[in-house]
Design a protein around this ligand. Structure first.
Ligand code: ATP
Ligand code: MG
Length: 432
C-alpha cells in the first residue's frame, strides 16, 4: 500500500519539487534572515512544545474565536487530558513566561519563535493544516514605541527577503473600557440587521459582536459599511496611545493605512492591531499580523505586564517571494564528484572524499553505478563543480584528471594535492 501525505500538509524537499517554496534550501535561507534580524532587534529564541493542554488556548485565544471553536486539532491523551496541537504561538509563550517565572529576571523580555502551527481548515493555496509561523512577543513595555518596534522588525524581515509592495494596515481595538461602550453601540446598530446577517455573524452577536466586523461575507460587509467605528469610542488613554503610534510610524518613515475594520481573529488583543497585506497572495492576502495584548499575561495568573507581538506565515512569505521573483538560493552542491572504477579505486576515492568532507569541502562519490556515463550524469545532476574518474591508470600514477564540469577543462592533480587545490579554488570562488 502506498501512503499519501495528510490533507493540507506538504513535504519540504532538498530537490525534486517544482514549487520553489517547498525547497528546503529556501526555508533555511528565510529562517537564517529571520534569526539574524531578530538578533539585531534583541529578540531571543523560545521553543515550546507543539502541543499543550486545550484549556490554554480556550483561555488565551478565546473559546468563541474561529481558531478554538472550529480549527483546533484536539484529542484526548491516554491519561484522559484534552490536548491540542498549537494553533498559534502566543498562548504557549505566555504560559512558558509565567511558568518559568521569567518576570523575575528583568522588566523587559523579547522572544521570537519559528515553528509549525496546526489548524483544521479547508486546504487551499496559502491555507494549510500544518503551516509555519515566525512570531515575536515583546513583554514589559506598554509604550507605543514598542508597537512601532515590532512593526518595524516585521517589515525589516520582509525587506531583507526582498519582498516589495506590502501594505501595512493598523487599527486600535481600544482598551477594555472603550470596548464596552463600543460593543453596546455596535450591537444597537446591528440588532435591526440581525436577520440579514450570515449565520456565523448571528452566532457571534451575543458572544462576541466585535468579531462580526471581521466577517468576510459580502452581505455582512455591505451592512457593516455604516457600522459605528471604534475610533469614535476610544478612551482618552487608548486614543493617546494610537495617535502616538501613528506619529512614531510617521517618524520612522513607515507608510500605513488606518483600517477601522481590523479586529483580528484572536480574543486577546488590546489597543493596537495591525495586518500586513500582499497583493501577490490572492484571497489569503494577509502575510503577517499582530497587535498589543495588555492583560493577557495577567489572565494566565502571571504578573500584569503589557505585551505586543506578531506572527507571519512562512508559506505565505515564500509564496510572495516566488511570485515576485525575489532572490532564492539553491541547494548546496558538491565541490568534487569522484568516480571510481574497480575496487581499489573505490577505496582510494572514499579516502579522498572523506578527507575533503572532514575539511569542509563538499564531496560526492559514485558508489551505485558501474557505468561511467551514468556516473557523469549523476555528477551533472548534482551540479558538482569538478569531477574525476579514477581507474587503474590513475591509480598507477597517483594522479587524476580533474575536470571542471562547466568548461570541460581538465588538469592533472595528484591525489595528495587534491584537498589543497580544492581549498584554494573554493576560497577563490567564495572570497571571505
Ligand atoms: P487568515 O485571515 O488568513 O485566516 P488568521 O487571522 O487566521 O489568518 P493569524 O492567526 O493571525 O491568521 O496567523 C498569523 C499568520 O499565519 C497569518 O497572517 C498567515 O500568514 C499565517 N496563517 C494563518 N493560518 C494559516 C494557514 N492555515 N495556512 C498558512 N498560513 C496561515
Ligand atoms: Mg484564519
Amino acid at each position: 500500500m502506498q501512503f499519501q501525505i495528510p490533507k493540507g500538509t506538504f513535504d519540504i524537499l532538498p530537490y525534486g519539487t517544482d514549487e520553489a517554496w517547498r525547497q528546503s534550501a529556501l526555508w533555511q535561507y528565510v529562517e537564517g534572515i529571520i534569526r539574524n534580524t531578530a538578533a539585531d532587534y534583541g529578540y531571543g529564541e523560545i521553543r515550546t512544545p507543539i502541543y499543550e493542554r486545550s484549556e490554554l488556548f480556550d483561555r488565551g485565544v478565546g473559546e468563541t474565536s474561529d481558531i478554538v471553536s472550529k480549527e483546533m486539532f484536539t484529542f484526548e491523551d491516554k491519561g484522559g487530558r484534552s490536548i491540542s496541537l498549537r494553533p498559534e504561538g502566543t498562548s504557549s509563550v505566555m504560559r512558558s513566561f509565567v511558568e518559568n517565572h521569567m518576570a523575575n529576571l528583568g522588566p523587559v523580555h523579547k522572544f521570537f519563535y519559528i515553528g509549525p502551527m496546526f489548524r483544521y481548515e479547508r486546504p487551499q493555496s496559502g491555507r494549510y493544516r500544518q503551516h509555519h509561523q515566525f512570531g515575536v512577543e515583546a513583554i514589559g513595555v506598554g509604550a507605543p514605541e514598542q508597537d512601532a518596534e515590532v512593526i518595524d522588525l516585521l517589515l525589516q524581515v520582509y525587506r531583507r527577503l526582498g519582498i516589495r509592495g506590502l501594505k501595512v494596515h493598523i487599527n486600535t481595538v481600544g482598551d477594555p473600557a472603550s470596548r464596552i461602550v463600543f460593543r453596546t453601540a455596535l450591537m444597537e446598530f446591528l440588532r435591526p440587521h440581525l436577520p440579514n446577517l450570515s449565520p456565523d455573524s448571528q452566532m457571534r452577536f451575543e458572544k462576541n459582536p466585535l468579531r462580526i466586523l471581521d466577517s468576510k461575507d459580502p452581505k455582512d460587509r455591505e451592512i457593516l459599511q455604516r457600522a459605528p467605528s471604534i475610533l469614535d469610542y476610544l478612551s482618552d488613554a487608548a486614543k493617546e496611545h494610537f495617535e502616538q503610534l501613528c506619529r512614531i510610524l510617521d517618524n520612522l518613515g513607515i507608510t500605513y493605512q488606518i483600517d477601522p475594520k481590523i479586529v483580528r481573529g484572536l480574543d486577546y488583543y488590546n489597543k493596537t492591531v495591525f495586518e500586513v497585506i500582499s497583493e501577490n497572495l490572492g484571497a489569503q492576502s494577509t502575510i503577517g499580523a499582530g497587535g498589543r495584548y495588555d492583560g493577557l499575561i495577567g489572565s494566565f495568573d502571571g504578573p500584569d505586564l503589557p505585551g505586543v507581538g506578531f506572527a507571519t506565515g512562512l508559506e505565505r512569505v515564500l509564496q510572495v517571494m516566488a511570485a515576485q521573483g525575489a532572490k532564492m538560493p539553491k541547494n548546496g552542491h558538491p565541490c568534487i564528484y569522484l568516480i571510481p572504477l574497480g575496487s581499489e579505486a573505490r577505496v582510494q576515492c572514499l579516502q579522498l572524499a572523506t578527507k575533503c568532507r572532514h575539511n569542509g569541502i563538499p564531496a560526492g562519490i559514485e558508489l551505485s553505478s558501474q557505468k561511467i556515463q551514468t556516473a557523469l550524469q549523476n555528477a551533472a545532476r548534482l551540479e558538482a563543480t569538478y569531477c574525476a574518474v579514477i581507474g587503474s591508470d590513475e591509480m598507477a600514477k597517483g594522479a587524476m584528471q580533474l575536470k571542471t564540469m562547466v568548461t570541460r577543462e581538465t588538469r592533472e592533480v595528484r591525489f595528495e594535492e587534491l584537498l589543497t587545490f580544492l581549498q584554494k579554488e573554493s576560497a577563490h570562488a567564495h572570497p571571505v
